[in-house]
Each structure stands twice: as C-alpha cells, then as structure tokens.
Design a protein around this ligand. Structure first.
Ligand code: SF4
Ligand code: SF4
Length: 79
C-alpha cells in the first residue's frame, strides 16, 4: 500500500541576492509569499540598504522574488 503522505513533499529553495545590484526597493520583500526576505541595515557601495534572506528553511524556490526584482539581483536555487 502506498503511503500518500510521503508523496507530498515541500520543495525547498534558497536565494542569493547580489549585494551590489540591490537598490533596496523592497519589491521582493512585499511579494515573497513566505515572508522570508527583509531589508537589512547593510548599505552597498551605491548607498542603498539591501535585501536579505531571513529564514532560509521556509523558502520554496518559487522565484517570485526574482521575477519582480527590477535589478535582476536575485538568483533562485531549488533542491
Ligand atoms: S523564491 Fe519564493 S519563497 Fe523563496 S525568497 Fe523568493 S519569493 Fe520567497
Ligand atoms: S527587488 Fe531586487 S532591488 Fe528590490 S530590494 Fe529586492 S533584491 Fe533589492
């Protein structure tokens, strides 16, 4: 007999945000459905506060953040 619960597996993901490309617009913060991106107090060379991943274990790799980022500053990786 098949254990149906074992077929339901959460996809895990992670993102890498380019520190120097980020302009701190917060679009990724707003649109992440898991609320795992936050604006940090780290300022890049252009003077912008930069986004950071705050709870890596909850990222699903959905790539919404990368799609909305106007600076193409986010890379998404899936398990
Ligand atoms: S890939 Fe999806 S879940 Fe992960 S940080 Fe981006 S928007 Fe959030
Ligand atoms: S959407 Fe892109 S530019 Fe805007 S805060 Fe997020 S990573 Fe930075």
């Amino acid at each position: 007999m098949t254990d149906k619960t074992s077929a339901i597996r959460m996809v895990k993901g992670t993102i890498v945000i380019s520190f120097e490309f980020c302009k701190g617009c917060e679009l990724c913060v707003t649109f992440c459905p898991k609320h795992v991106i936050s604006l940090s107090d780290r300022i890049n060379a252009a003077g912008y506060p930069t986004a950071t991943l705050i709870n890596n274990g909850q990222c699903t790799g959905c790539a919404i953040c990368a799609l909305v980022c106007p600076e193409v500053a986010i890379e998404v990786y899936r398990e």
